[in-house]
Design a protein around this ligand. Structure first.
Ligand SMILES: Nc1ncnc2c1ncn2[C@@H]1O[C@H](COP(=O)(O)OP(=O)(O)OP(=O)(O)O)[C@@H](O)[C@H]1O
Ligand SMILES: [Mg+2]
Length: 273
């Protein structure tokens, strides 16, 4: 189990795109690629590129044990870091159909068709629902407008077809997903995904929840952990999904100890789905 990198809280930055209100200031890979924080995401990019070259990994899902740990922020920044390479085709897909956030975080036009429409209308291919992110080598499939049961959408063979289409046309496909534990969605898409990156909300993700999330994934599907320091309250985000709060995180958790605990956990049998 690799600890990939630690992301520090983002102090306010003010490049032109952020000042105009076009881009969330935490999306450093797109807003300020030369910033120190963007360098941290390039570490993650390097690992994903290595896996691509050595093992043919192209579809990477970003998830976490709990809500609000920083999945969307990480997925967008990873996709942005990969898209800095001019010879790479990168696709970012919002597969969090319950609480889609990619389009709004990127300031894309609201209400456009996306993954939900393509899953239920086989005449729509990825091109029909993707948008090019201006001035970056990045295409984005927003979640679209989903009404129904996400389980049905994500476990459908049509979702698998769309991922297969994405593999054909892009070098890297990054999926932003819901959290693993309260909701089955991220686990359902597992068979279509080459690797998972698990975001750990440093000082907020309860160790027990992280262990449970890892136990749901086959160890060889987990690329590594990202420790994300954001400092937000988990309760606010749990409300998004209509969930009760879990037990509070252990105080002052030592991350070295957690990494060791995680190493032990991922050595155990994984239960898939
Ligand atoms: N490293 C960071 N520094 C500062 N703020 C951060 C950082 N990472 C995330 N945030 C902020 O924390 C909030 C939650 O992040 P984000 O939406 O990425 O989490 P999430 O895991 O996708 O949430 P959800 O479970 O609701 O999908 C956002 O307001 C985001 O801007
Ligand atoms: Mg999210």
């Amino acid at each position: 189990m690799a600890e990939i990198t630690r992301i520090q809280p983002r102090a306010s930055l003010a490049p032109a795109a952020v000042r105009r209100g076009a881009l969330d200031e935490h999306l450093v890979s797109l807003a300020d690629p030369h910033a120190y924080e963007a360098e941290q995401y390039r570490t993650l990019r390097h690992l994903v590129e290595q896996e691509h070259q050595s093992r043919g990994v192209s579809v990477v899902a970003v998830s976490s044990a709990d809500v609000g740990d920083g999945k969307t922020t990480t997925a967008i920044n990873l996709a942005g870091a990969l898209a800095q390479a001019t010879d790479r085709r990168v696709l970012l897909v919002d597969a969090d159909l319950r609480r889609p956030a990619v389009a709004s975080r990127l300031g894309l036009e609201p209400g456009r068709r996306g993954l939900a429409e393509a899953v239920f209308d086989a005449s729509l291919d990825l091109t029909a629902v993707s948008q090019r992110y201006a001035s970056f080598n990045l295409s984005v499939v927003p979640a679209g407008r989903f009404i129904g049961i996400t389980y049905e959408a994500l476990q459908s063979s049509r979702f698998g077809q769309l991922v297969a289409e994405a593999r054909q046309h892009y070098d890297h496909v990054i999926l932003d997903t819901p959290p693993m534990l309260p909701i089955a969605d991220a686990r359902i898409i597992g068979p279509y995904v080459d690797r998972f990156i698990l975001v750990v909300g440093a000082h907020r993700t309860p160790r027990k929840l992280l262990g449970e999330a890892l136990s749901l994934l086959p160890p060889d599907k987990v690329l590594g952990l990202i420790f994300n320091y954001d400092g937000h309250s988990p309760d606010r985000h749990r409300a998004y999904y209509g969930l009760e709060s879990p037990e509070p995180p252990p105080p002052a958790l030592g991350w070295g100890a957690l990494a060791r605990a995680v190493t032990g956990l991922v050595g155990g049998p994984g239960s898939w789905r």
